[in-house]
Write a protein that binds this ligand. Sequence first.
Ligand code: CFM
Length: 536
Amino acid sequence: MDVKEKVLDRYSSKVYKNRKQHVITLEKAEETKIAANTRAIPGIITQRGCCYAGCKGVVLGPIKDAAIIVHGPIGCSFYSWGTRRHKAQADEKNDEKADSYLEYCFSTDMQESDIVFGGEKKLKKAIEEVNSIFHPSIIMICSTCPVGLIGDDIHAVAKWAEETVGVKCIAFSCEGYKGVSQSAGHHIANNGLIRHIIGTGDKEPEKRYSVNILGEYNIGGDGWEAERLLKRCGIDVVSVFTGGGSYRDIKNSHLANLNLVQCHRSINYVADMMKDKYGTDWIKGNFVGVESCAKTLRDVGEYFGDEALKSRIEEVIADELDAIADDIEYYKSKLKGKTAALYVGGSRSHHYQMLLNDFSIRTVLAGYEFAHRDDYEGRCVLDDIKPDADSKNIESITVEPDEKFFKIYLTEEQKQALIEKGVELNDYAGMIPEMENGAIISDDLNHYETEEFLKILKPDIFFSGIKDKFVAQKSGILSRQLHSYDYSGPYAGFRGAVNFGRDLVMGLYTPAWSYIKAPWKDVPILNGVMGGEEAC
Ligand code: CFM
């Protein structure tokens, strides 16, 4: 029995039939297709989140100058506050007030009577209150499960707020039960951004070459590192979606020349719609990993095709590499030959393999919580994905070219030439092509499978999140969280790679476990008497 079969063998035939499509071993020619974005099996301890988590927590949450009111019971707000490390710096507004609401938590705190009689009045009151106290540039409303069930019309309330209160207000019907995971919430947030924000500003970029960074959430300061590098190369960053980003900047994003997509899963809808509406091309970049980061910068240079810019980019890369060379070499000497398993949301299990390659660490298992088939197999399978009842529930917007702002930056021939040079232009090849034969991929990995795979594959490091971290850690495998970096970071960019190498070496070479003796090694944990004898 191979590893996959050994792990799945314990399931009932019904569960086995389902899970065997979500787990693949890469050496098997017949296994190139993976099932993804389908409902988790009831009773299996999945690590997924809900639609509201994807909309409010992931995509909208980091927009620092938006006051986001959660319309729902207080528990939903509690679990969206301060739980993700998307950092942002407050900008000074009107020279008197820092304009960032990341540290605040606004909720309508719905009670039983609101569920019975409706919560719209309470929501209106909350908007008036937030507006009078904070005067935000924009208020967003995110609804949670009960709101969808009782039918509060949050969109009508948003319209009322714009007309009566005089504040820009957008509503997102991102009730937790929609779709099969947080992925549905990403889509809903993307739709709102394109419909109500992108294209509403008129501030031209400051430099000749400008980009937006899409799908970068500034976890542990990653986005700042990507921005620093681009700016060093002389490229203007108009907006970041959405880590450290703002409504103020995102509304001007249609005026940038190019989109760079870091996390394809969470923001591909905006990238596609901006291409259709404004003609903005996108490149699938990746600032995680030394090689990938250099390639991303070079791809941007190739896109603009300006020789002076390209040589400036080479200078920056050479300088950055020079600064980290000794550290990387040292950490690589300590990490070479180790193995890793990764299990994260919908893009990092791919990106971090590139960084692991920089240290000669091999990936034996990789999985996503809520990715779609295109994130594994590439966008070439998009036409092959049949929508089901759950995905049909999420609105898919078709946009038309914008009369005023649609522009074409490159001709079709120029685009083709770029693709031939290896630039992933308006495309993403997914995680699978970059993995080695023999590696295992598991979609929606659950607790049982995690434990079994770790037992059999024995990776030196398990990268995951807070929910599955401690099982690995307590069994003696080094665990690093890739959602929060265990409060370290940044890990992106050239400097980030050094932080990453240092944290791994620190974890693997800390002899902490050898100082601890399990209590049962000295003291018996059971007391008993010999059978058939009287205790005296
Ligand atoms: Fe994209 Fe993310 Fe991820 Fe994601 Fe996330 Fe995250 Fe993630 Mo946690 S947007 S898919 S929903 S890269 S919060 S910043 S780390 S699961 S792999």
